[in-house]
Design a protein around this ligand. Sequence first.
Ligand code: ADP
Ligand code: MG
Length: 623
Amino acid sequence: MPNDAKGAVQEFRYRAQMQQLLRLIVHSLYTHKEIFLRELISNASDAINKVRFLALSDPDLARSDHRITITLDEDARTLAVEDTGVGMTRQDLQERIGTIASSGTLSFLEELQKSDKPLDASLIGQFGVGFYASFMVAERVVIETREAGSGGTALRWTSEGDDTYTIEPAERTKPGTTVTLHLKEEEKEFSQEYRIRQIIRKYSNFVDFPIFLGDTQVNTVKALWKKRKEDLTDEERSDFYKFVANDYVDPLGHLHLHIEGLVNFDALLFIPAKAPPGLFREDYDQFVQLYSSGILIQDQAKHLLPDYLLFVRGVVDTDDLPLNVSREATQNSPLAGKIKTILTGKVLGLLREWAGDEDKSRFTTFTQEFGKVFKAGIASEHKRRDELIELLRYPSTKTEANSFTSLRAYVERMDEDQTEIYYLLSENLGLARQSPHLEYFRQKDIEVLLMAEPVDVFTSFHLSSYDEKPLKSIEAADLAIESSEEDESLPGDYQDELLALFRLKLNDKVQDVVASKRLVDSAATLAVAKDGMNSQVERMMRIMGPGTGAASRAKKVLELNLSHPLMRNIMALHEESTSEDLVDKAVHQVYEGALLIDGDLTETTSFVQRMTDLLVEATRAAT
Ligand code: ADP
Ligand code: MG
């Protein structure tokens, strides 16, 4: 494309991914198409917030009549959204409008491609592709814009949602942007006033600036958080939540704070009812908004809450920040630190309240949705560690499906002579519940916490004791437990001989072979040597890949259940010394069977081959 022809119409081609995205938007999103307007209004509001922020340090940019104006023309089938915001440069048009910016967009794209059902368009706002939502309803979109400040030039961007767009000079004297949608025939309802008024009320009522439809203002511009708690209805709060968090369901709960003292601020915060998509990704960036004296200073103020509470949404507004402060400076200011301390205490207080409720459903939902994030606080929160530990919940061998226990409740259920708190780390709850490590504990009726989320691997390191009782992985070899019943065990020398036999045959594979104290039904299990890593930790490190120092697997201790008939049979066969080959196979099969149950068997072909051989033996004996 000729770049020197600045005076003429220039045509550009969208990148391949962008073309794909546009096609999907136009053809796959069917329900809630009206959210395109929410996206355009939110962009207009962002643009005004940006210029207002710049005006704090450049008074030439200041103006007092910021507004968003919507103009409809039913005959021409157009809808235009105009703002008094920062406007866009040529580069902005090419790079911000013409290109996919965030990785969230790419995951949205994947989501779209995977699905074969019609998709709900409300998803779109959560993935930062808001502007393109216009193409659900428009056959042509025109942006006319002029950058705020003396250097700005007027530009027109046009696209029909196909593979190209154009940029050309335009006439526009006022800074700001107008986005005009030429609606598709079948979407002409969006040029009707009553329809547009309804959509604005529904999705954009709390925008910081007046929205005019013709000559009348449609929204209610007011800082809801500044109102007294008693003056807000549940519905207003809930609508406000949906607006700030871009959610469509009611929140799980809220905090409305008016703090006065060393710092002064108002806050209206919410805990969502569902973890938003992307919450567990590295680049998640949906946090509380920070206002200073009614001006939005930061849209995503991550530093106002600790990482383990980053799912909290809402608004914090303080008059204590100097107005010309930079975003970076707010992050490290002692003021932000103080606000963070207060907010952390309040949020934990709210969670404590929920945990104490007669009806546990709210706290259970919280645990299910945000437990993963919240638990991580154990590693980073030092001051409020004890408070946090009381709020941890785990499934256990004594909880029902979808319910959890606290450490306190576990300890209260402990037998007098139980001195340790037991847990099992596992990849998932299903595997955990089937683990042979649990047999002994089931038989003795000892409760075991089931830590079955990836984050538990890390958090369990930080939970070495509770209420002066050590927390022990039941995979560890040094548990303070008594042996399980031994009446049917092999006689003493036989035992030693059996262990020696296994040691000899598995010499290079295991660290040791010992008699198990904890197996009841299974023949064997693998345990972690006293100073060894948990198998779950080891697995995690292996997943993280070579270079983390765990590519090679630490050898385990094989524990044998000496009361198991298989052990007696193997010994008897070994005594006969005629079928040493069969003994050899049996020993290896016992070992690899234990590996399989731990999810660590890699050589499945030889495992199955050996099993077939053993079945041939077994069926021959039967005929
Ligand atoms: P997002 O708002 O999440 O960044 P959008 O697709 O809605 O994603 O918008 C893309 C970008 O286009 C914005 O980040 C902004 O830089 C620019 N933009 C869109 N609308 C406007 C507007 N009215 N004024 C100024 N810039 C805008
Ligand atoms: Mg947007």
